[in-house]
Ligand binder design. Structure first.
Ligand code: THU
Length: 143
């Protein structure tokens, strides 16, 4: 079980989610940086989606693990993310890069619970990406 709702507050099974992320590091393709990254996300339907980083000889085209995760989310039927754990090959949590904070915002919004790196308790995406631009802004700003 990855999530149990206690007093209207979701209790995320972070150890289990991090373990799924750690497993995903084994599918990482990181011949350039040698930083293997895996990500695991829990959906509001209780599904777990995963991703691994995929690097490229043209360095800037590298796909982060979270990018693979949102692709897996779409592939497996979509839905909303409620928690995401990101882990490096050393087994420790990794803070999501700026671009990936935006990618995750699309599918989890500011309430998404996110691991925030070594020495940091999980926090919300709203804390990691305050004032984010998102789908609602598009709806409001079309002319
Ligand atoms: N990386 C991720 O997969 N996610 C992040 O949020 C930060 C960085 C990957 C990209 C690259 O393959 C390696 O870590 C080193 O930057």
């Amino acid at each position: 079980m990855y999530c149990e709702v206690v007093s209207n507050s979701p209790q995320i099974a972070w150890d289990e989610l991090r373990e799924r992320a750690r497993e995903a590091t084994h599918h990482s393709y990181a011949p350039y940086s040698h930083v293997r990254v895996g990500a695991a996300g829990l959906t509001s339907d209780g599904l777990v989606v995963v991703g691994s980083n995929v690097e490229n000889a043209s360095y800037g085209l590298t796909l982060c693990a979270e990018c693979s995760l949102v692709s897996d989310l779409a592939r497996s039927g979509g839905g909303r993310l409620v928690a995401v754990a990101i882990v490096a090959g050393d087994g420790q949590p990794l803070a999501p890069c700026g671009r990936c904070r935006q990618l995750l915002f699309e599918f989890g919004g500011s309430s998404l619970a996110v691991d925030a790196g070594v020495g940091h308790a999980p926090t919300t995406l709203g804390e990691l990406l305050p004032g984010a631009f998102g789908p609602d802004d598009l709806d409001e700003r079309r002319t």
